[in-house]
Design a protein around this ligand. Structure first.
Ligand code: ZN
Length: 448
């Protein structure tokens, strides 16, 4: 947060644009183009920029100028000179749809072991809560994670990441929370940071020490929260391993009072917070998250009206996780109509984790967000781009924004083999990006 207001950054999207203006530009493209590194032409842009008309901010016959890894200009092709300078790398998009890079804003990608056997048990009748109370479930992942080396955790997580990269994910949030001791929590977060150095993806980390009670603290939850606040949090903050602090506030995890202690410590250490809230019951988690100006409140199936109003006031994003809802065969749908009514921004994420959402597709979450939760395709697409960025604090408040095609934003974008944006929500699996560009550099998939 310390960079907020640094010179050169504007607070996005609070800028004023005249009605009917449908370009988001900075400077004069006719003169500035000689300075650009690359230009992407002949694309249909779903900019997700609120300054551009329409829910998706579509610019037909669009073009994007890139310089130093950022988008330097977005607008119509006809605003550019007919003859482009030789120094600029020109990419013809063949009238393809182009969106911001996808952002998976809630994952537990780094962990040891797998839980397919438990899935089998559950199908034979054991509930998620019953498995947790019996010391199984999450604690089996804790054991396996503690026993894994950093290299083993890294190799497994990179493997899980691959399908997400293929479908255009350019930013991912990764939580700790399966170590539950200082050494393993730090190891998980170091692995998450390494992923951001090795793979073409920006990684945002969340420290989730208050995820579950480790076995050695059974019956002593307050003492464990002491450890989280006095040892773990200062350690990970001191090493710069956490971008945010998360907690699991639920009757099978930590109480609102215990969660508040963790958040108080996070604020002291200048770290923003987010919360697993109201997933299995209404525990007042949404209101608690709002009280701490949390970046996001996640799950929120049981969020009550007062909590929803509080989220709207705080500008906290409701992160909806249809993968866990589906996998746990939950029946309580998050209050999407109330979020919409009060103007709570909604994001969608995979919640990739071994116990309740072994999802390896964010595009599938777009479909599930629409089919299971009743989002519109435009809401769902905003949920994995603009609003997901906001849920990670990547909306321009402390650096170049992500999740939007606008001048000044990160040059992260995806070309798709679709004829209309609704196709991103339509298919049940199987849609891969044609081309993924991150920081202005095309990665992975074949050229168009
Ligand atoms: Zn989660």
């Amino acid at each position: 947060m310390s960079e907020r207001g640094a010179p050169g950054w504007r607070l996005w999207p609070s800028r004023w644009v005249a009605p009917g203006v449908e370009v988001a530009c900075m400077g004069d493209p006719r003169t500035d183009i000689a300075e650009w590194d690359s230009v992407w032409l002949d694309a249909r842009l779903a900019t997700l920029d609120p300054a551009v008309a329409g829910e998706l901010g579509v610019i037909e016959d669009g073009a994007i100028g890139v310089r130093d890894g950022r988008i330097t200009w977005v607008g119509r092709r006809r605003a550019l000179p007919g003859q482009l300078p030789d120094t600029v790398d020109v990419h013809e998009c063949g009238n393809a749809w182009l969106t911001p890079g996808l952002i998976d804003c809630h994952t537990h990608l780094v962990y040891g072991g797998e839980r397919a056997a438990e899935f089998g048990m559950r199908l034979e009748g054991a509930s998620y809560e019953a498995i947790a109370r019996a010391g199984g479930g999450i604690l089996s992942t804790v054991r396996a994670t503690r026993e894994s080396s950093g290299d083993e955790l890294l190799a497994a997580a990179r493997d899980r990441l691959r399908p997400l990269l293929r479908e255009g994910v350019t930013t991912i949030e990764i939580k700790s929370g399966y170590g539950l001791d200082t050494e393993t929590e730090s190891r998980m977060l170091r692995v998450a940071r390494q992923i951001g150095q090795l793979d073409p993806v920006t990684v945002s980390t969340s420290f989730l020490g208050a995820h579950a009670l480790p076995p050695e603290y059974a019956g002593r939850a307050d003492a464990y929260i002491d450890l989280v606040c006095e040892e773990m949090l200062p350690a990970v903050a001191g090493e710069g391993l956490a971008d945010c602090v998360d907690a699991f506030c639920e009757r099978i995890a930590f109480s609102p009072e215990q969660t508040a202690r963790v958040f108080d410590r996070a604020i002291e250490l200048d770290l923003p917070v987010r919360l697993h809230a109201d997933q299995l019951s209404d525990g007042g988690g949404a209101a608690l998250a709002a009280r701490y100006n949390a970046l996001s409140a996640d799950h929120v199936e049981y969020a009550a009206e007062a909590g929803i109003v509080a989220l709207a006031r705080a500008g906290t994003v409701a992160v909806l996780l249809p993968g866990a809802f589906y996998f746990l065969r939950e029946t309580r749908v998050p209050p999407v109509a109330r979020f919409r009514h009060h103007g709570v921004p909604m994001a969608l994420a995979s919640d990739h984790n071994p116990g309740s959402s072994p999802a390896r597709s964010l595009v599938l979450m777009i479909n599930m967000g629409c089919v299971l939760f009743g989002l519109t395709p435009a809401e769902a697409i905003a949920g994995v781009t603009r609003n997901a960025a906001r849920a990670l604090g990547l909306d321009g408040r402390s650096g170049p924004p992500a999740g939007v095609l606008a001048a000044g934003a990160r040059a992260d974008f995806v070309l798709w083999p679709i004829d209309a944006p609704v196709e991103l929500a339509y298919g049940i699996g199987g849609l891969a990006a044609t081309r993924v560009v991150r920081g202005g550099i095309a990665a992975g998939a074949a050229d168009t």
